[in-house]
Design a protein. Structure first.
Ligand code: FAD
Length: 309
């Protein structure tokens, strides 16, 4: 069995694996796709001390750094079940392949995925005008026109944030009214360079083959289609944690985030979690890495206090 088994190979999982392995304990990582969301990212300019990098480059650096250590890396392995420790003190992780892994502690770092609009053009122009993370990509649209799709708290926060950087923001909400907190809505409406469209269903991302040039939406009240000319579209209709496989085994929030304390401890003894899959505020690479390190150190503390050899 492992001492620490990490599930997930994104920034959080990689950091957790390196921190665990450096304690000289038996460490494994099982990941569906090593690199995680970083693989889908183009430019990264907020990974502190690295002025600019690209997703695939950072993902391969993560994997190399993990492989420099004595870590059993199991790539292309999807976890489908978690069984709490029994008499033997071992936690079990069941894999889709039918195999199962046992460990004295487990670190869950399965990340999250952005909910997509699923309209024509979205996939084609992803990273070419279609963006999901205002903290990451906002500055790329300095002085340009953007839309934010989604009028919940994250959409309205994104619109307020972007309004300080870009020339104009159009906030587009499907429903008849915004769902964000009143204080955010008040702030939004006080900004001169923001317009809000409600009852608007985005139907297509428009582009010139290279980059986004606009979007098309349908006014749900009149049924009429309209076009908005712009350079960027931030999709803010939800971040879905990859935790469906954990339902019923440990405490999740109603949105599916794994509930952790400041050491990454979950509601199950010996099971820790880190990164975008958890309740950690703000989902970013540097934050996920720090959380992965925290969870590994907490798992090590747990191991030196438990009686098993
Ligand atoms: P993830 O990166 O999501 O990794 C999760 C890992 O778990 C993957 O290896 C996945 O395959 C695996 N996994 C999932 N489910 C299972 C399962 N059941 N069994 C086994 N393995 C599983 N952040 C920045 O700081 N700067 C940026 O510029 C930036 N740009 C971004 C651009 C885009 C397009 C996107 C999508 C995100 C961006 N982010 C950026 C956010 C950043 O990528 C995430 O915050 C970070 O990757 C989270 O790390 P994580 O390890 O928690 O999860």
């Amino acid at each position: 069995p492992f001492d620490v088994l990490v599930v997930g190979g994104g920034p959080a999982g990689a950091a957790a694996a390196i921190y665990a392995a450096r304690k000289g304990i038996r460490t494994g990582v099982a990941a569906e796709r090593f690199g995680g969301q970083v693989l889908d990212t183009l430019g990264i300019e907020n990974f502190i001390s690295v002025r600019h990098t690209e997703g695939p480059k950072l993902a391969s650096a993560l994997e190399q750094h993990v492989r420099d250590h004595d870590v059993d890396v199991m790539n292309l392995q999807r976890a489908v079940g978690l069984v709490p420790a029994g008499e033997d003190g071992l936690i079990e992780v069941k894999l889709e392949s039918g195999a199962s892994l046992k460990s004295r502690s487990v670190i869950l770092a399965t990340g999250a995925r952005w909910r997509q609009m699923n309209v024509p053009g979205e996939e084609q122009y992803r990273n070419r005008g279609v963006a999901y993370c205002p903290h990451c990509d906002g500055p790329l649209f300095k002085g340009k026109r953007v839309a934010v799709i989604g009028g919940g708290n994250s959409g309205v926060e994104a619109a307020i944030d972007l309004a300080g950087i870009v020339s104009h923001v159009t906030l587009i909400e499907f429903d008849g009214k915004l769902r964000a907190d009143a204080v955010l809505q008040r702030k939004l409406r006080s900004l001169p360079n923001v317009s809000v469209l409600v009852n608007a269903q985005t139907t297509e991302v428009l582009g010139d083959g290279q980059r986004v040039t606009g979007l098309r939406y349908r006014d749900r009240a009149s049924g009429q289609e309209h076009e908005v000319a712009l350079e960027g579209i931030f999709v803010q209709i939800g971040l879905l944690p990859n935790t469906e496989w954990l339902k019923g085994t440990l405490e999740l929030t109603p949105r599916g985030e794994i509930v952790i304390d400041e050491r990454g401890q979950t509601s199950l003894p010996g099971v820790f979690a880190a990164g975008d899959a958890t309740t950690v505020p703000y989902k970013q690479i540097v934050i996920a890495m720090g959380a992965g390190a925290t969870a590994a150190l907490a798992a090590f503390d747990h191991l030196i206090r438990s009686s098993a050899p």
